[in-house]
Design a protein around this ligand. Structure first.
Ligand code: NAD
Length: 345
């Protein structure tokens, strides 16, 4: 089948990663023709890598050789670029967060519907190995029915970059890492959200949140704690997940951690009390040896194709998108609700 020619709008950190790593990885399907960036410096870097330089977004959109564009500009510009590109007859891959809020997303989706062009959001962390392991544990009930999920990312470097510090550009960590963690969570737990309690943090004195904690309950009884922190000098595990028959912990993206599962044996000795501070405890003592076993993590394998392969199949063969716009909308609506509840106290 024929190649899809791409132009990248916003050749910064993520735009250049798409241009040189993600899109070319599907080289029999795509070709990155060129870039448009408002920064002359970034344009020169792109030119140095052999890409064609467009002088304006209009010039990209008028180029009939370009069939699809990738939007990797600051968050506040996604809506306008997406709508203009869709109206110009281009298919669009848009970086996360898709837009500043659901009202903006609805405007984009209305134009996608009207024009019939494909609009897909790059929620790439559905392919993260740590998430794929948790997804398998959840689906295969390896540690029984999972009833509690703690999902965190923590750093000590504050909010990165420049525009991410500013509200008008859609800065802050809820719209940055938050959208990834919430997307993973809502895709994992196939049940409507029942309630959410959140706390945005402003420890570093920025006008946008430098992190947040959300406690989310789902109608099926699953509870989740979601945390993004940028002032954490030592970290809690990336995932801590409790099932009725075991507990799983993934420490970091290096996939270190453990699964401890109940053996279910009835003939095990009672736990021996341990010294706890100045007292004794049996409740918090480790279970006796026969009561638990260590399980290996399942292989971190996706049972779905990579993002750009899927995008190609959506455009060329009408395949179902792996990242569906209604899912993206649910995540953004949850983010709207978190902002609203925090701002109204
Ligand atoms: P960045 O600041 O490194 O790059 C943004 C680039 O866009 C800059 O070169 C800037 O000059 C250019 N730009 C700004 N406004 C523009 C406009 N109107 N038209 C053309 N170019 C414009 O930022 P980044 O880290 O690459 O983030 C870009 C987007 O990618 C954001 O939406 C961000 O959330 C997303 N992102 C996603 C991931 C992921 O894992 N999916 C990771 C990082 C960033």
């Amino acid at each position: 089948m024929s190649i899809i020619n791409f132009a990248v709008i916003g050749y910064g950190g993520m735009g250049s990663y798409h241009a040189h790593n993600l899109i070319p990885a599907e080289s029999t399907r795509f070709h990155v023709v060129g870039t448009y960036d408002i920064s002359g410096e970034r344009q020169q870097i792109s030119k140095g890598k052999g890409l064609h330089i467009y002088e304006s977004l209009d010039e990209v959109l008028k180029d009939s050789n370009i069939e699809a564009i990738l939007i990797a500009t600051p968050n506040d510009s996604h809506k306008e670029i997406a709508i203009r590109a869709l109206r110009a007859g281009k298919h669009v891959v848009c970086e996360k967060p898709v837009a500043m809020n659901t009202d903006e997303l609805d405007e984009i989706l209305a134009v996608a519907k009207e024009t019939g062009n494909v609009f897909m959001v790059h929620q790439n962390r559905r392919w993260d190995p740590d998430f794929l392991i948790i997804r398998q544990l959840y689906q295969n009930k390896t540690i029984g029915d999972i009833f509690q999920i703690e999902t965190r990312v923590q750093g000590a470097n504050g909010i990165p970059g420049d525009w991410r510090h500013l509200e008008k550009h859609g800065g802050g960590m809820l719209l940055d890492w938050g959208v990834h963690l919430l997307d993973q969570l809502l895709w994992l737990v196939d049940s409507p959200v029942q309630s959410v309690h959140s706390d945005l943090s402003y420890i570093l004195g920025d006008e946008v949140d430098d992190g947040f904690m959300s406690y989310i309950t789902f109608e099926n009884g699953v509870r989740a704690l979601v945390e993004v922190g940028t002032t954490n000098y030592t970290k809690l595990p990336r995932w801590y997940v409790k099932g009725l028959e075991g507990t799983a912990k993934i420490n970091d993206w290096d996939l270190s951690g453990e699964i401890i599962a109940a053996t279910g044996r009835k003939d095990v000795a009672a736990p021996t009390p341990i010294q706890a501070g100045v007292g004794l405890t049996k409740t918090m003592a480790p279970p006796s040896e026969e009561a638990t076993e260590k399980l290996a993590f399942p292989e971190a394998k996706a049972d779905f194709v990579p993002f750009y392969q899927n995008f190609y199949e959506v455009v060329r063969e009408g395949a179902e998108p792996i990242v569906k716009n209604e899912e993206v909308r649910k995540v953004l609506k949850l983010i709207d609700d978190i902002f609203e509840s925090c701002h109204k106290g």
